[in-house]
Ligand binder design. Structure first.
Ligand SMILES: [Zn+2]
Length: 497
């Protein structure tokens, strides 16, 4: 009934639960069903309309036993027309929002987690390992908590705080890693010792994500929109949205697949490098939307197939546009989404500017994750609001930037004077009476960078003894300066009092 098939070479083999890649060519594999047999089942028999979650499509999900289903009521999320957004963006197309922010842990990944953890229960798995930039770990940790399965998350250090808090609160274990490559290597090593590989390219996990597309078809009364806009991180969601639409066509529910538009960030757009698309340049903030700034997406093949087969495109939006879109979406439609999710709204503007979407087109925007997952952006938006209307100063003071202690302030002050290297900062701190070790200085620099208050400028320098060397120059960002000034103002105020 259910096989695995390679996305690139078509090699098909029996469903195996630990194979993540094609054994012949290394490409992504996906779950295939006996579509001819499923077609014989009546519509009523195929879909269980009494369930208001992804399990209404159980016949098309790779879990066999009803009693193993682990659900927190994920999916069957609202799909509705945006009333104010078209005017706000000056776009003449009909904009339709798919609100994934209301899923149990606040992101679309709950669709995959529910399927994967159910399958793990069926297999008698007691521990899983996950590689995550945030949302996937938060989601899997919640479902594992419900299933009494241990969940270890391998996380790169640049992670949005809300997602980290969620993961810890659901009881997920955390192993810090340098970057995604390091995290993947460490997770696979754990999996060699019998832990189940819950990586973003796991085909069982991926298959749950296709329910976004099936729901869109059903909610549009078995019609499809002209475009579906969705962020690309590891590429699994867009890849599986394509598969969901393809399956609906295979089963005779619909006649076509909409054009899929993937959204990446201008600072990291590996799918666009392959498929082409539209680049929107702007200010870069490294710590924003890390979930969709993945250099080597694990599901690259799936994402590229989705764009090419659907004759879609990729839009790389700037970080500033993304942050602005969080505000536009919240103020026009009452939905507070995280920057990676609001990137789809920024992409709509680009699609309209380029004449790709026109009057009469129906465009579905998939809002993949909730706003409070990224407190940094929330704080940045409150700051901007204060600048505009001048009444929110108290809110900001209340939030207090408590994580910025005396050492970090000194570093910001040093960098305000001039750009500097790590060693020079260490020396200057000593001169100012802060005698701390070099590793501690680098830890502070890393944290300041993660908060978006400073940025790195890579430099190649000539050294008379060592020859050409790569060094990193640090520079305070515009937000860093603003925060330093507001902290200094606050301090002056306190002294007066
Ligand atoms: Zn293959």
């Amino acid at each position: 009934m259910k096989n695995l098939r390679c996305v690139s070479c078509g090699y098909e083999f029996p469903l195996s639960d630990t194979i993540l890649k094609c054994p012949l060519c290394g490409s992504n594999v996906e779950v295939m069903y006996d579509y001819e047999r499923l077609k014989e089942v009546s519509n009523e028999g195929l879909f269980e309309a009494s369930r208001s979650n992804i399990w209404r499509y159980r016949a098309l999900l790779p879990v066999f036993s009803e009693k193993c289903i682990v659900s927190l009521d994920e999916g069957w999320t609202p799909l509705f027309e945006a009333k104010n957004l078209p005017e706000r963006l000056n776009v003449s197309s009909k904009l339709i929002l798919k609100n994934e922010t209301i899923n149990p842990t606040g992101s679309f990944l709950d669709r995959g987690s529910s399927v994967l953890v159910s399958r793990c229960l069926e297999l008698g798995v007691s521990a899983i390992a996950c590689v995550t930039t945030g949302n996937m770990g938060a989601s899997l940790s919640a479902y594992c908590a419900k299933a009494c399965i241990s969940c270890t998350n391998f996380i790169p250090k640049l992670v949005e705080l809300g997602k980290l808090y969620q993961t810890v609160i659901y009881g997920g274990k955390i192993i810090w890693c340098e970057d995604v490559d390091d995290a993947t290597a460490k997770a696979l090593k754990a999996c060699n010792k019998g832990v189940y590989p819950a990586l973003p390219n796991n085909p069982i996990f991926l298959d749950g994500l296709k329910t976004t597309a099936i729901e869109i078809c059903e909610q549009m009364n078995w019609n499809v929109p002209n475009f579906v806009v969705v962020p690309i991180g590891n590429g699994g969601h867009i890849g599986m949205i394509w598969k969901g639409f393809w399956e609906m066509m295979q089963l005779g529910f619909t006649d076509e697949i909409p054009k899929l538009v993937g959204v990446q960030t201008a600072r990291c757009a590996p799918v666009m490098e392959i498929t082409g698309g539209i680049m929107r340049r702007g200010r870069e903030i490294r710590s924003v939307a890390v979930d969709i700034a993945i250099k080597k997406p694990l599901n690259l093949y799936l994402a590229v197939r989705a764009i090419r087969e659907s004759k879609g495109t990729v839009i790389a939006v700037s970080d500033d546009e993304m942050i602005e879109s969080v505000s536009i979406l919240a103020k026009s439609e009452g939905i507070f989404a995280e920057p990676a999710a609001a990137s789809t709204v920024a992409a709509i503007k680009a699609l309209s500017d380029e004449g790709i979407i026109e009057r009469g087109d129906e465009v579905v925007c998939v809002l993949t994750g909730a706003g409070l997952k990224d407190p940094f952006t929330a704080r940045e938006l409150v700051r901007r609001a204060r600048e505009v209307c001048g009444v929110l100063g108290d809110v900001e003071e209340f939030m207090g930037f408590r994580r910025i202690g005396r050492t970090k302030m000194l570093i910001l002050e040093i960098l305000k004077e001039k750009e500097s290297y790590g060693y020079a900062i260490w020396k200057e701190l000593r001169r100012k009476g802060r005698r701390i070790s070099m590793p501690t200085v680098y830890q502070h620099l890393l944290e300041l960078e993660a908060m978006g208050l400073i940025e790195r400028i890579p430099r190649v320098v000539e050294d008379s003894r060592a020859g050409r060397r790569n060094k990193v120059l640090y520079k305070v960002t515009k937000i860093g300066l603003e925060i330093l000034e507001s902290l200094l103002r606050g301090r002056a105020g306190n002294t007066k009092a």
